[in-house]
Design a protein around this ligand. Sequence first.
Ligand code: DQA
Length: 144
Amino acid sequence: GTIFVLNGPNLNLLGRRQPEIYGADTLADVERRCRAVLPEGCDLRMLQSNHEGALIDWIHEAREAAAGIVINPGAFTHTSIAILDALNAFDGPVIEVHISNVHKRESFRHHSYVSLRADGVIAGLGIEGYEAAVRRIGGLLAGG
Ligand code: DQA
């Protein structure tokens, strides 16, 4: 099946935005690294939008088109009941990724709506978190 890797606002600037927090690698680097660990028989679609509705539309599309979702919702993590509701309408595995350790940062980053749905949450591993998430989706799809 296809794994959607969804990225929220400002992640298009990855590598240039606050590199002391998010590192020097770009989203293209993330995609390359995810493809390198893609589980046998899986496909990957790397997506990014700064718009909440676009992310929701892709999650709806995933209902038909994706076996699993890796999502870094960016700041929508902490605000978006609508993204949580969309993920609740998706049946496959969902892994939430944060590049930074959100728990070490401002208290408004400590709560995640998306975590109420996610099967796993990764924070603070840098972009390696995406690779771990893709591997985990593969494992969950294979039945454990
Ligand atoms: C982030 C953490 C969020 O709090 C922040 O708004 C982001 C990126 C991360 O990957 O560490 O945009 O999701």
